[in-house]
Design a protein around this ligand. Structure first.
Ligand code: UDP
Length: 373
């Protein structure tokens, strides 16, 4: 079969590879002049630092098959994400852990004492937290909420945490020990040479051709037996029902001679600091040595049509519109919508790969039974 895959990011590459291995011809197009989508990395020519051009990507998963899959294509180095937060004039450890709590409240509590202490801070009148703010007040109390979450979240999402779902905060743990590893996952790492060579290796198959700087045109569909679309879901339908909202990021890139902040990620909890965080990219590759440094100040704002979409907003309004687009997608069996943009969900890389592998398997199963076109 002739398969057209729109988007040469993780979804397109992983699906393309599986179908290519099964003997299908895969044409992968991408509007950008590089592969990898937002995972794209490249070395800064001057300092040699590996730069995560669209913001930091840290690989973490509990999915052993996915972990083996990525390790088959590139060498991963051990890496643990340890984030700091500057707020109210001091630097703290994230996610909120016993060090954060003791420093913030100027105490020397042990885990059990800290648990009781935080339970006293918590607003127990909230029994079934629905919003981000309710979730925070219920589980960490007002002081920690205002220092670490309120300002950051207002900047990140451009709205009040009272309008956001509790699920966003559920991504972040509160720990009553000194574990400051940002992720719980069993497997964590960073590709030694960045993500671009990994995705290049996935795409490196005789049945795959990749065309960059190439926009999708309807005539391409005529030559394809099936399409996998990892572009924006609403974009496929020419935004005919309206636009699904995204947050985009502006990166203010700067270089520094030496070590700018001493860690990879420094969040800024105060509302009057306009950026959400500063990332210093050489610290994402601690096995390398570079004198110079490349940093990004990260600003979040509502995406305009010409901006690169990052975070699906998924507020009530978007959810209703999403349902309508999902119905349209279901009425379009010649196209499978995949990935972060194609399904309008905020997906971590491991989930993206898992879904891509499963989608490809399902497609192959259906084709074998003579079904899918
Ligand atoms: N968050 C926060 N303060 C922080 C870090 C995160 O309030 O210092 C909130 C913010 O609303 C963010 C959410 O927690 O969107 C999830 O954080 P995560 O680190 O998972 O952010 P992501 O990977 O989505 O950028």
């Amino acid at each position: 079969m002739h398969i057209l895959l729109v988007g040469a990011g993780l979804s397109g590459a992983v699906i393309g590879r599986k179908l290519a291995e099964a003997g299908h011809t895969c044409r992968i197009i991408d509007a950008r002049d590089h592969i990898g989508g937002n995972c794209y990395t490249e070395r800064d020519a001057e300092s040699g630092v590996m730069v995560h051009v669209y913001g930091p990507h840290i690989f973490h998963t509990d999915d052993e098959e996915v972990w083996r899959y990525v390790n088959d294509f590139t060498q991963f180095m051990p890496y643990q994400n340890r984030v700091k937060s500057t707020t109210q004039g001091a630097v703290y450890s994230l996610p909120v852990n016993l060090l954060t709590i003791n420093q913030f409240f100027d105490k020397t509590m042990n885990p059990a004492e800290a648990k009781d202490f935080i339970a006293d801070q918590a607003d127990t009148s909230i029994t079934d937290p629905q919003t981000f703010e309710e979730q925070a007040l219920r589980f960490v109390g007002r002081d920690l909420y205002e220092a670490f979450f309120k300002g950051y979240t207002e900047k990140q999402w451009g709205c009040s945490p009272t309008e956001l779902p509790a699920s966003i905060l559920k991504r972040l743990p509160v720990r009553f020990n000194y574990d400051d590893n940002y992720f719980f996952h069993k497997f964590q790492g960073m590709p030694r040479e960045g993500y671009t060579p990994m995705i290049e290796a996935i795409l490196d198959h005789p049945n795959i051709t990749v065309e960059l700087s190439t926009l999708f045109t309807p005539d391409m569909a005529a030559n394809a037996d099936h399409i996998f679309w990892s572009g924006a879901l609403d974009g496929y339908f020419d935004y005919r029902l309206g636009r699904l909202g995204y947050r985009t990021l502006d990166f203010e890139r700067f270089t520094y001679d030496g070590d700018y902040q001493g860690c990879a990620v420094m969040n800024y909890g105060d509302r009057d600091v306009p950026f959400t965080r500063i990332t210093e990219h050489k610290h994402f590759a601690p096995w390398e040595n570079h004198e110079g440094s490349v940093c990004y100040r990260e600003f979040s704002r509502s995406a305009e049509p010409e901006d690169i979409p990052y975070y699906p907003i998924r507020l009530v309004e978007e959810k209703a519109l999403l349902e309508e687009y999902i119905s349209l997608a279901e009425e379009t069996p010649a196209v499978t919508f995949v990935g972060r943009l194609g399904t309008y969900r905020y997906l971590d890389m491991d989930v993206t790969i898992r879904e891509a592998l499963d989608t490809a398997d399902m497609f192959l199963g259906t084709v074998e039974q003579g079904g899918m076109m």
